[in-house]
Design a protein around this ligand. Structure first.
Ligand SMILES: Cc1ncc(COP(=O)(O)O)c(C=O)c1O
Length: 414
């Protein structure tokens, strides 16, 4: 008999993420002294701004490290409102902003504040895994239309219309996207907005956490093309990606006061206030830097081209080149075959095989709602990523691939 309270059935019902198996095995191999390289994690490969680090140290030295207000410090909320208001040409004030413990908390609080048992939430696949888990925990049902490679894995207006119902509460949009790196164009967003106008009860959580890492320097947002949807859209963002400030744990939700207040309330019940040190660092970074990661964007674009070229030349992986962030979504089905003895039977088995043979950790696509794929994070130090890619090429060459036609350079970035 187990001791203590059993887990909530909704928690027990969540699919144990397949990538945990990969990360656990990678840790075991490392502990055994094997030189495992990782293309698995979404950690930016550059440093947080000096202004942020200095501000954090200053605050600690002053000893001014206390609770803050539940929705975050006013000057920071004002800076966020001004930044997003200017970018999206929206009339925003600090009352439209709640500072959260990362975008993760903004998303989880927004869902828990609004989704009840039986509600549906449209989460286009491929997706960042916590979207579906947090909906499931709230008792909701994630509806996951699967993007096609020929559409850059993006949700089309027609698929959106077929996914919405009287029970839909939210649509998740994420551009630039993790894991595909896709960036929605203004025209694609306008087409989605057109559909949403027929479903006025549906809100939009627009996760724009990678906006500063769009290779072209700018990613359109739904509210650029459809400001009339502002009263039911929450823009989610944060300092983790464009400012490389993952450990400072600062994110935000920006939108209508009613929803912002609800997110604040939920947040107060789980973390009380966002961290003081992180907020001081975030305010300093936002004040010092209107356009972060400019050099990093150029580097990522170049690195992406190098990695895609190498993988296409040396393997039977198929790749839809990303337009932002630092992830490559690779169709690995040429190497997966449940019927062939010795061949990996799914993407988790393939990721585990690559871990054993190449000593490289990758993320199985099933974690993102896209079986048969691998996600490779290429934002790390050049030499490490190059070495990891060479190891993958060698290991995949040693695995018999099915007779898939090789993809050529034609669709790869130059
Ligand atoms: C799409 C997406 N949204 C949100 C987050 C969470 O970011 P934060 O560190 O602000 O919680 C991540 C982190 O990888 C992400 O990929």
């Amino acid at each position: 008999m187990s001791v203590g309270p059993p887990l909530h059935p909704r928690l027990s019902a969540l699919r144990a993420p397949a990538f945990l198996e990969v990360t656990r095995r990678a840790a075991e191999l490392r502990a055994a002294g094997r030189p495992v390289l990782s293309l698995a994690f979404g950690e930016p490969g550059f440093d947080p701004p000096a202004a942020a680090r200095d501000a954090a140290v200053r605050l600690i030295q002053q000893g001014d490290v206390r609770y803050t207000s539940m929705d975050g410090l006013e000057p920071l909320r004002t800076a966020i409102a001004e930044r997003i208001g200017a970018r999206r040409r929206l009339p925003l004030g600090p009352e439209n902003v709640v500072v959260c413990v990362g975008a993760t908390q903004a998303i989880s609080s927004a869902v828990r504040a609004t989704v009840k048992s039986g509600d549906e939430v449209v989460v286009p696949a491929p997706y960042w895994p916590p979207y579906v888990d947090v909906v499931g925990l709230a008792g909701g049902r994630p509806v996951c239309p699967r993007g096609r490679p020929e559409h850059g894995f993006k949700l089309t207006a027609e698929r959106l219309r077929r996914s919405l119902s009287a029970r839909t509460r939210w649509l998740f949009l994420n551009s630039p996207n993790n894991p595909s790196g896709a960036v929605y164009s203004a025209a694609e967003l306008s087409a989605l907005a057109e559909v949403l106008r027929d479903f006025p009860w549906v809100g939009v959580i627009s996760d724009e956490i990678y906006e500063d890492l769009a290779f072209q320097g700018w990613a359109p947002s739904l509210l650029d093309v459809a400001p009339d949807l502002a009263d039911r859209t929450l823009i989610v963002g944060g300092m983790s990606k464009g400012f490389a400030m993952t450990g400072f744990r600062i994110g935000w939700a920006v939108g209508p006061k009613r929803l912002v207040r609800a997110v604040t309330w939920l947040q107060a019940l789980s973390t009380f206030t966002p961290p003081a040190v992180g907020q001081a660092a975030a305010l300093a970074a936002l004040t010092a830097c209107e356009q972060p990661a400019v050099a990093e964007r150029a580097r990522l674009r170049e690195r992406c081209a190098v990695v895609v070229r190498r993988l296409l030349a040396g393997t039977a992986l198929r790749i839809t080149p990303p337009e932002g962030a630092f992830y490559l979504l690779c169709d690995a089905r040429a190497y997966i075959d449940g019927a062939r003895a010795g061949a990996p039977s799914d993407d988790t088995a393939l990721a585990l095989a690559l871990l054993e043979r190449a000593e490289v950790a990758t993320m199985p696509g099933g974690a993102f709602g896209l079986d048969g794929y691998l996600r490779l994070a290429f934002g790390g130090p050049d030499a490490e990523v190059d070495e990891a890619v060479e190891r993958l090429v060698a290991a995949l060459a040693a695995m018999a691939s099915r007779a898939y036609p090789r993809q050529t350079f034609a669709s790869a970035p130059t």
